[in-house]
Design a protein around this ligand. Structure first.
Ligand code: NDP
Ligand code: OXD
Length: 310
């Protein structure tokens, strides 16, 4: 069976190809850009493919997203619309996201930036914060990642709320669903975590109107996708104090350009899309198993719904 691999970085492709060849010794696995017999390829394993990259292979059985999100695959205007898309998820990736969310929610909860600034001035200035049960934190998106992140926050003692499209029942988490309950979810939420997929419905969801529904001085953590956030609305909300702090892992343009104002903003923490990074070691094992299962059975648990967009 033949598969090709594409990510925008050639060294990363080489590392994936090497690992996947070891994991699937009976398969033929090559970099997408070096494949000169497109008709023989059955699977394309991709991160941020370029327009037309996938359509070049007329006999594909499925596309594999090197990632939980499939927005980067659907963004290809020439993508054959009926192709199954397999996403890459797993316990390690869920664990990484739980750690990231816990780390940054705790940083905001304990006002770590304030304390670090006091240290820089050699000032003994003890910051006062409420205990976690008096702090309401909200998680947007209660899927693979969001549901575990919310449970982790509830386990730390936070008053945890979550929001999804359909009703959910998660122990320790008050769940809201649907656009009609979005305002109720936001009300009183002091730390807002975004773990939504990027779809037409969720694009720009972190905007001035949303910020205005949070209590003044709320913090936001965006670990989902850059286009969820209206960047100028965040800068204005930070200027006005409506939002006190933001932690951003994802951006409209990645890598974030050096001249971008987020880098040096005193109230913004930038991380380089590492909240739950799929490396070739972990990812190739998950993807090899999915390819093997799909080839043998025609399906896998991790199939995305391209019409729904996630
Ligand atoms: P899932 O598909 O498992 O879950 C998505 C959740 O979002 C579901 O709960 C879904 O609701 C909810 N949702 C979707 N649309 C809406 C809507 N219009 N209104 C309300 N809720 C909605 O995704 P994952 O948890 O696996 O991943 C989430 C996102 O995280 C990925 O799409 C990706 O963009 C990002 N990500 C970022 C990483 C990083 O390192 N920064 C790493 C991995 C992923 P319902 O349950 O009702 O279907
Ligand atoms: C993903 C990501 O979607 O890494 O998995 O962003």
């Amino acid at each position: 069976m033949k598969a090709v691999i594409y990510t925008p970085s050639e060294p990363i492709v080489a590392s994936w190809v090497e690992r996947m060849r070891k994991l699937l010794p009976d398969w033929s696995i090559n970099p997408l850009t070096e494949e000169d017999d497109p008709e023989s390829v059955r699977y394309a394993v991709v991160w941020r493919p370029r327009t037309g990259d996938i359509a070049r292979f007329p006999n594909l059985k499925a596309v594999v997203s090197i990632g939980a999100g499939i927005d980067h695959v659907l963004a290809d205007a020439e993508l054959p619309r009926k192709l199954p898309i397999i996403r890459t998820v797993g316990a390690d990736l869920t664990q990484f996201m739980r750690e990231y969310v816990a780390l940054h929610v705790l940083r905001h909860h304990r006002n770590r930036p304030y304390q670090a600034a006091a240290q820089a001035r050699a000032e003994w200035d003890a910051v006062e914060v409420p205990p976690a049960p008096q702090r309401r934190v909200g998680v947007m998106g209660l899927g693979n990642l969001g549901s575990f992140a919310a449970q982790t926050l509830a386990g730390l003692g936070f008053r945890t709320v979550g929001w999804a499209r359909r009703p959910r029942d998660i122990e320790g988490v008050t769940c809201y669903s649907g656009s009609e309950n979005f305002d109720a979810f936001l009300e009183g939420t002091e730390i807002l975590v975004n773990l939504l997929p990027l779809t037409d419905e969720t694009k720009n969801v972190l905007n001035a109107e949303t910020f205005g529904k949070l209590p003044k001085g709320a913090c936001i953590i965006n670990a989902a996708r850059g286009p969820h956030l209206v960047e100028e609305d965040l800068l204005a909300a930070l200027d006005s104090g409506q939002i006190a702090q933001a932690t951003l892992d994802v951006f409209n343009v990645e890598p974030l350009p050096p001249e971008h104002p987020f880098w040096k903003h005193p109230a913004i923490t930038v991380t380089p899309h590492i909240a739950s990074r799929i490396d070739a070691g972990t990812g190739s094992r998950i993807i090899a198993a999915n390819l093997d299962t799909f080839e043998k059975t025609g399906t896998v648990e991790d199939l995305a719904d391209a019409v729904r967009g996630y």
